[in-house]
Design a protein around this ligand. Structure first.
Ligand code: PLP
Length: 432
């Protein structure tokens, strides 16, 4: 039998770190990365034939669970007609219409292939539309790996303990102002000092790349009012939260906060249904600044690929209110049990949670985690033993304490029971 170790050893010789995305290398939890070969509902199966309850969900896209029959059927039907044409085709408008019908403020949509491309394009669009240069981002928020957005970028970067990235020039870094999340006065100061030059503030609707960090009441609205007052755009990065959590502000159907809208959104993950699709969306007069109607260039060989559009359409069509109620309810069950197991084992912690998106932070009960400094100050060493005890018991968690846990519509009672029964031993391991 080919083992996970065999596969990883071979991969390390072929790919930097043996992976195509750093967190997959298990750097912060140690051990051998698990090579998955199949996903079905809430389960993943590795190369050694071991089955896991999956709490990574492909890092978000698997809202309906793995290999949902309707999504697979839609993909197969699309594949039968061809893998891509490099032309317009009907499914692009179908997905755009689904997004628009559920997100007030998403008047026009441009499909791209990754979340990174979506935020990069949104920033360029904001600069083009406002004629200003500076972007403001929050420490610990991850918006993909484009040069200007890598400063203090949370999750993967935090896992590796890097301040940012080599290869980003001083000039690029200097056009991004980074401030602490949930810090109202820092935001006000930045606008007081640089308001004339700020093209955009980009924020995760609910940060989930430094662990989950809820926006304090009124924080998103403060971003909205300051950007509006200074002629800057507000970019709401919903790559992670979009069509996943109702509490972020926007999801579909009727889940939006009343009274304000950002200028631009970015979506990804769920809207691609597991295939590479993401999007920039927003107000018509801003979106029309994109080529070919406007001067801001964006293009993509695979943008709006028909197979990816089919997966996205089928996923959003099945993302009903019942799906969200189910995932929200299961998230409550899992977080209640997680908190109880950790408390029983005497492990100081906070459960960081917004709707169905959650993470755990260790040694943080005194202050809570409201920003990146607090997230980084936690007892990260407790997560490795916790993670590996869960893995051994057949539960696949994100291999970093800075990542959110993802449930899906397919996580039924049996899958949740497996998670719950694994928690006490993992909590005891975290206590040591
Ligand atoms: N924005 C947010 C909020 C994300 O969580 C991510 C990825 O996790 C991205 C952007 C980048 O998306 P991608 O990995 O598809 O480039």
């Amino acid at each position: 039998m080919t083992t996970n170790q065999d596969l990883f050893t071979a991969a390390q010789n072929l790919m930097p770190g043996g992976v195509n995305s750093p967190v997959r290398a298990f750097g912060s939890v140690g051990g051998v990365p698990v090579s998955m070969v199949a996903g079905n509902g809430p389960y993943l199966t590795d190369a050694e034939g071991k089955e896991y309850v999956d709490l990574v969900g492909s890092w978000g896209p698997a809202l309906l669970g793995h290999s949902h029959p309707a999504v697979l059927e839609a993909v197969r039907a699309a594949v039968d007609k061809g893998l891509g044409f490099g032309t317009s085709h009907p499914a692009e408008a179908q997905l755009a219409q689904l997004v628009r019908s559920r997100v007030p403020g998403a008047e026009m949509i441009r499909m791209v292939s990754t979340g990174t491309e979506a935020t990069m394009t949104a920033i360029r669009l904001a600069r083009g539309a406002t004629g200003k240069n500076l972007a403001v981002k929050f420490a610990g928020c991850y918006h993909g790996h484009s040069d200007g957005l890598l400063a203090a970028a949370g999750s993967g970067v935090a896992t590796l303990g890097l301040p940012g990235s080599a290869g980003v020039t001083q000039a690029q870094a200097s056009e991004t102002i980074v401030i602490e999340y949930n810090d109202r006065s820092a935001l006000q100061t930045v606008f007081a000092e640089h308001g004339e030059d700020i093209a955009a503030v980009i924020t995760e609707a609910t940060p989930a790349n430094m662990g989950v960090v809820p926006p304090e009441a009124g924080f998103n609205q403060l971003i909205r009012s300051l950007t509006e007052a200074h002629g800057a755009l507000m970019i709401f990065d919903e790559v992670m939260t979009g069509f996943r959590i109702t509490e972020a502000g926007y999801w579909g159907a009727s889940g939006r906060e009343e009274g304000w809208e950002p200028d631009l959104f970015t979506f990804g993950k769920v809207i691609g249904g597991g295939l590479p699709t993401a999007a920039v969306a927003g107000r018509r007069e801003i979106m029309e600044q994109l080529a070919p109607t406007g001067p801001v260039y964006h293009a993509g060989t695979l943008s709006g690929n028909p197979v990816a559009m089919a997966a996205g359409v089928a996923t959003l069509q099945h993302a009903t209110a019942e799906v969200y109620q189910h995932i929200d309810a299961k998230a409550q069950v899992v977080t209640d049990a997680l908190a109880a197991a950790l408390s029983d084992a005497g492990v100081d912690h906070t459960i960081q949670k917004v709707g169905n998106l959650f993470s755990v932070a260790f040694g943080t009960s005194q202050s809570g985690v409201h920003n990146y400094s607090q997230a980084q100050a936690q007892e990260t060493f407790r997560y490795g033993p916790f993670f590996h005890t869960m893995l051994e018991a057949g539960v696949y968690l994100p291999p970093s304490v800075f990542e959110a846990w993802f449930l899906s519509a397919a996580h039924d009672d049996a899958a949740v029971e497996r998670i719950l029964s694994a928690l006490p031993a993992a909590a005891r391991a975290a206590a040591e």
